[in-house]
Each structure stands twice: as structure tokens, then as C-alpha cells.
Design a protein around this ligand. Structure first.
Ligand SMILES: [Fe+2]
Length: 566
């Protein structure tokens, strides 16, 4: 039973102060680890991915944010978005479903998937909602990105106050233009969205760019945006409690869009693209920012994993054993070994080349997430790519999912027994594994970050060290374990040496989290014009008076800064 049962605990998180319990904390390691997660007390639907958003923030230098001189502040807050406030005011009218939380107000924007730093600003994102800005210190909600009327709202049921916006949990910040690029899919049509950091969003439909499933990521080079169809499949009957009838698509389109063509086109007018197809399925992909030598994209395939289906009562696991009720709600882990590929695209000739692939069925199973150097320099010339893998986990695969994927799954690749979780480093040039470190069988590593050795070095961008790319610095890995939560720090140059320092606190547990990010510092958000929920009340008259009154109160509380939990 290696998967921690505390992973799906519904215990309300609290603040903690952690101490170094092994090794020596590196002198230069600093900044903030921020993590997005669904709030466990709102894991009340069938899928924890739809719990309301919260953020954890761990300070990487001791003695800050109220922690003692030898302690590291672990702080957390449930995001007080309009969705969360409306639900707190009228919990009786919100209904969790397999695909989100519905209400007469509309659909909850959970904002629980990824923290997105932009300089000293911090956003929280979600695939089916607008990004929201939060204060990096107080973790309070500051505003949505753009007015709802500037987005294409997927309003199949009335959404007078909470619009369902099909976007992506992974927008990108353009370092040359200082803008956010993201997407808005509407009935399968892809739109690219650009936001200057305040004011309205601007959108462009991409000619001929249809999204069969969903978009979880957008990535960029200096001149191009790249958007791929992602393997989170939503069939209509699932929205009303029905079962899936088809697996996620094995391959999907990838669209390359020139930024200068967007900039030369009036918002709302179509922009052309180049279309490719990539297999197998994926959810995360990252382009090398410097495209002078061509367009290169690293694809983290999620081959035969099923993120949209979760364990439920009566399920049997991959080995035919009854699933543990403690894991109810866990999504379908990979039934095939991890596959990561490096693909070069030539938009002029329309050709693509598989430059390298990483696959090791003996060792690399269940890639969780990665740690990369997100500085402009690091994304321009990446060197190292760090990942955490949970290992082969038959208890996290149900017979229902296996039946759906049927002969797409090569069972001869399954290891004869469970394999240990790993921290791994690969070279970005050829995807060769350069170092691995085995964790304990009952560890559950998650959401690692890369921290450069000397951020803000002279002559570099804010997030870069003096030797950028991902090899010079630390890999910081939060690790869940039923015996207690801990944070391990590895030397990014050689993770195989094992952790150089460990932070922990006895009897502390952290449930399921999603993405993380590193920020060089956390300072209070600057005053600036931001979009107000109070400006989105034009359709209040569609609601019964008691619900409308609650919405007016939420708008007033947001304007006055009344805390959600007061
Ligand atoms: Fe993601």
C-alpha cells in the first residue's frame, strides 16, 4: 500500500513552521515555493480536481512570515474568489458533479491547478475558468483576468454570475512583450488570448484550429505560440453522471501560430496557423524559447493515463484486488511507462522530427511533474530537466479504466512488482537520464521546483542565475507520506547524491496538490487597476432575490476586503 492514504484526507490544512531535520540548508537557497491545490475540505464531489482553489507557500529562508529564526514558514489559504464566496454564502445551491460544481450562479472557477508568477505578481489558474490574481503574501483574491464579456462563455445552462470559460491551467508570460498569452476554446474552436496585465483581454480565433478534447497548456518560442489538444476527455453523458465510453484520443492536433501575425490582426479577426499531429497523448509540453535554430518542443506524454476518471465504490485494481476506499477519488494512474519526447517542427516545410525520446519501462513510471529553470535564459537554452515519478502503482489503476483502454495497453511492460518513486534528471539535448534518486516505497513526491544558485545575478533577468538552464541550483521536492510531510532539497547538478537537506515537522500531513512554482520573493501586491466582481452583476435580475442579495453582499465584501472566513 505505498500510496499515502493521507493524500485524499479532507482535513482542513493549517499553517506550520518547519525545521531542518537532516543535512544542512544551502546558504544561497532562497525565495518562495508556491503550490496550487484543491482545498481538501471541498473534496466533496467525485473528483478532487474540482475542489476549490488554495495556495500553499513555503519560504525557503528561515525566520520569515512569523516563523522562528530556525524555522521555515509554511502558509496556506483557501482563495476567496467570487466562486468560493458565493458558495460559502449559499452552500445549499451548489452541486458537485464529476465535471465541476454547478449552481444557479453558474459554474465554480476552482482556480486550483497552477500558480503562475509574473514578476512579483502571482496568478492561480484552472482549465475551465479565467486566471485569478492573488496577493503573494496574504494569498487573498485580487481579481479575475478580464471581464466575463471579453471571453467566450460556454453557457449551456444559465451562468449569470459564474461563467464557464474553457481556457488553460498553463498560460505563459511573454518575456519580450511582457504580456500573458492564454487560450479560450469555444465549441471546439481555438481562440488565442492576450492580456497586457491590466484592462481587457483581446482574443483572436485561429483559422481551422479545432480542439477535439481540451487544452491544458500553451507554450511559446520568441516568435511562435504552440497549442496542442490535450488528453482530458469530457463526454457529454459524464456531465450528468454517465460513464465514459471512449478512452482519451491517442493523438491530436498541434497548432503553431506566429505572434507577429496575431499582432498584425485586429482582435476578433481570424489568424492562420500551421497544423501538425502528435502522438501519443499529452497534457504538458514546453518549447525552447530561442527559436533561431528551429522550433523544439518537449512533450510529456501521458500515455494511457486517465485523469478524467476516478476510483469509486466497488472498483477493482489492475491486479483484480478491491480498491481501498481511502483512495476513492484518485484519478487513473498510467497503465504504460512514461514517455517524453523532443520534437522539432519546421513550419515552412510542414515537417516534424522526433529528435529524442525518454522511456524506461524498468524504472520510469507515473511521472508526476517537473522542475525546470523558468527564467527567460533557462527557457531559451535549457540544459537539465528534473522530474518526479511515483513508480508502477497497480492499486491506482482500475479495471474500468483498463477495459476502456483495452488493447492500447501493453501489459507485458508491467513490472512484476511495484517500483520505487524516483527523482530523475535528464539532459534537454538528448533526453538521456543523467541521474536518479530512489525514494522510499511509501513516499509520494510531488510538484518539484528548480531554484537557481544565485538568482538575480548581475546582467540576468529576475528569475535567472548566473549559469542558467536547470543544472546550477537546487531541486526542491515536497514529499507526502503517511508518516509525515517533508521537503527534500537536491543539488540540481547531481540528484543521485541524495538530499542535501530535509525540512519536516512531525505529524504534519499535506493532501493532494497540483502544480508548484518558484518565486524569488513574496511581496505584497502593488495597487493597480484590477477587474472587480462588482462590475459583473448585470444579470442579477435572472436570479431569485435571495440569491441576488447574497451576490451583492459578496461584491461588497470583495470591495471592502472582508475576509472570507470572518
Ligand atoms: Fe498541468
Amino acid at each position: 500500500m505505498p500510496i499515502p492514504r493521507s493524500l485524499l484526507s479532507r482535513e482542513t490544512p493549517t499553517d506550520h513552521d518547519l525545521r531542518v531535520t537532516q543535512g544542512t540548508w544551502p546558504a544561497g537557497l532562497r525565495g518562495e515555493l508556491v503550490i496550487s491545490a484543491p482545498h481538501p475540505a471541498t473534496f466533496d464531489g467525485p473528483h478532487p480536481f474540482f475542489g476549490e482553489g488554495m495556495i500553499y507557500r513555503l519560504s525557503l529562508q528561515p525566520g520569515t512570515f512569523g516563523a522562528g529564526p530556525d524555522e521555515f514558514a509554511w502558509r496556506q489559504r483557501r482563495l476567496d474568489t467570487p466562486s468560493a464566496r458565493l458558495r460559502a454564502a449559499r452552500p445549499d445551491v451548489f452541486t458537485p458533479t464529476m465535471m465541476g460544481v454547478q449552481s444557479p450562479y453558474g459554474v465554480v472557477n476552482a482556480a486550483n491547478t497552477a500558480p503562475l508568477p509574473w514578476g512579483d505578481r502571482l496568478f492561480a489558474t484552472w482549465d475551465v475558468g479565467r486566471p485569478v490574481e492573488v496577493d503573494p503574501v496574504s494569498l487573498r483574491f485580487l481579481g479575475d483576468v478580464g471581464h466575463r464579456d471579453e471571453w467566450q462563455v460556454f453557457e449551456v445552462t444559465p451562468q449569470p454570475l459564474l461563467p464557464l470559460v474553457m481556457s488553460t491551467a498553463h498560460p505563459v508570460i511573454d518575456p519580450d512583450r511582457d504580456v500573458m498569452w492564454t487560450v479560450n476554446t469555444f465549441w471546439g474552436q481555438l481562440h488565442v488570448v492576450r492580456w497586457d496585465g491590466q484592462g481587457p483581454v483581446r482574443t483572436w480565433p485561429i483559422e481551422g484550429a479545432l480542439i477535439p478534447q481540451s487544452v491544458h497548456t500553451i507554450t511559446q518560442t520568441r516568435e511562435w505560440l504552440i497549442v496542442a489538444d490535450c488528453a482530458f476527455k469530457v463526454e457529454p453523458q459524464v456531465l450528468t453522471g454517465g460513464d465514459r465510453t471512449e478512452p482519451a484520443n491517442h493523438d491530436g492536433p498541434v497548432y503553431l501560430i506566429r505572434k507577429d501575425q496575431i499582432e498584425a490582426t485586429a482582435p476578433g479577426q481570424p489568424v492562420p496557423c500551421r497544423t501538425f499531429r502528435v502522438a501519443p497523448e499529452n497534457n504538458h509540453y514546453y518549447a525552447v524559447y530561442d527559436d533561431r535554430d528551429g522550433i523544439q518542443v518537449l512533450f510529456e506524454h501521458t500515455e494511457n493515463a486517465e485523469l478524467a476518471m476516478t476510483q469509486r465504490d466497488g472498483d477493482l485494481d489492475a491486479l483484480g484486488r478491491p480498491c481501498d476506499p481511502a483512495l476513492r477519488g484518485l484519478y487513473g494512474f498510467p497503465m504504460s511507462p512514461d514517455r517524453t519526447s523532443l520534437i522539432a517542427f519546421d513550419p515552412d516545410s510542414g515537417t516534424m522530427t522526433h529528435r529524442a525520446e525518454l522511456r524506461d519501462p524498468q524504472r520510469l513510471w507515473t511521472r508526476q511533474l517537473n522542475a525546470m529553470d523558468w527564467s527567460t535564459e533557462g527557457m531559451s537554452r535549457p540544459t537539465s530537466y528534473h522530474t518526479v515519478h511515483q513508480g508502477w502503482r497497480p492499486e491506482a489503476i482500475t479495471q474500468r479504466v483498463l477495459a476502456l483502454y483495452a488493447d492500447r495497453v501493453d501489459r507485458s511492460l508491467w513490472p512484476s512488482e511495484e517500483t520505487p518513486p524516483l527523482v530523475a534528471t535528464a539532459s534537454r539535448d538528448d533526453m538521456a537520464v543523467t541521474a536518479t534518486y530512489e525514494l522510499a516505497m511509501d513516499d509520494f513526491p510531488t510538484s518539484p521546483i528548480f531554484v537557481p544558485t544565485d538568482p538575480d545575478a548581475p546582467g540576468t533577468s529576475r528569475y535567472a542565475g548566473s549559469d542558467p538552464g536547470g543544472h546550477d541550483g537546487w531541486v526542491v521536492v515536497p514529499i507526502m507520506n503517511d508518516g509525515g510531510f517533508r521537503v527534500e532539497v537536491f543539488d540540481a547538478a547531481d540528484v543521485s547524491k541524495g538530499p542535501v537537506a530535509t525540512l519536516s515537522k512531525s505529524a504534519m500531513h499535506v493532501p493532494f496538490v497540483l502544480h508548484s512554482a518558484w518565486m524569488p520573493r513574496a511581496v505584497p501586491a502593488e495597487d493597480r487597476p484590477r477587474h472587480r466582481f462588482g462590475d459583473e452583476l448585470a444579470r442579477l435580475d435572472e436570479l431569485p432575490e435571495d440569491l441576488a442579495r447574497a451576490a451583492r453582499q459578496v461584491a461588497a465584501d470583495l470591495d471592502e476586503g472582508v475576509p472570507l472566513d470572518a
